[in-house]
Design a protein around this ligand. Structure first.
Ligand code: FES
Length: 136
């Protein structure tokens, strides 16, 4: 009797795990984009992005980066590569954004410098309000 009860419990536990591991990703996939709290705009203190550096953010559930350049100030781009969607990384020393998947290279205006990406990175609307950078 104890053994039967144990196997029943084990089976229901495995069933629950299988159910959750199947339906949770399905629900996440079906949820409309922007249904989470991070919608509309993102505010980053200027002090968190010193000249010559970048800060990763999430804008409308999309990985993005805010860059502070000495000559042009703040700019923000989607980090999603326009080739196959890998995430580009800011390379401070080289003043480029590099995609690790197929070595797509973008300049700091988001334009394609080399590699397979067919178009520039998506530029995000940005304005400076006092001590904050407002993206969106
Ligand atoms: S996904 Fe970025 S270069 Fe291919």
């Amino acid at each position: 009797m104890k053994r039967r009860k144990f196997f029943k419990l084990l089976l229901s536990l495995l069933g629950s795990t299988a159910f959750i591991s199947f339906f949770y990703p399905l629900l996440r996939f079906l949820a409309p984009p922007g249904s989470e709290a991070n919608v509309g705009k993102v505010i980053v203190p200027k002090a968190e992005v010193p000249i010559g550096s970048a800060r990763s953010i999430v804008f409308n559930n999309m990985p993005a980066v805010v860059i502070n350049r000495k000559d042009k100030g703040f700019t923000a781009f989607s980090k999603v590569c326009t080739h196959l969607g890998c995430l580009v990384e800011y390379q401070a020393g080289k003043n480029i954004m590099l995609c690790p998947c197929h070595a797509g290279t973008f300049d700091l205006d988001g334009n394609v410098v080399s590699g397979p990406p067919p178009k520039p990175l998506q530029r995000l609307p940005l304005r400076v309000e006092g001590e904050n950078i407002v993206i969106g």
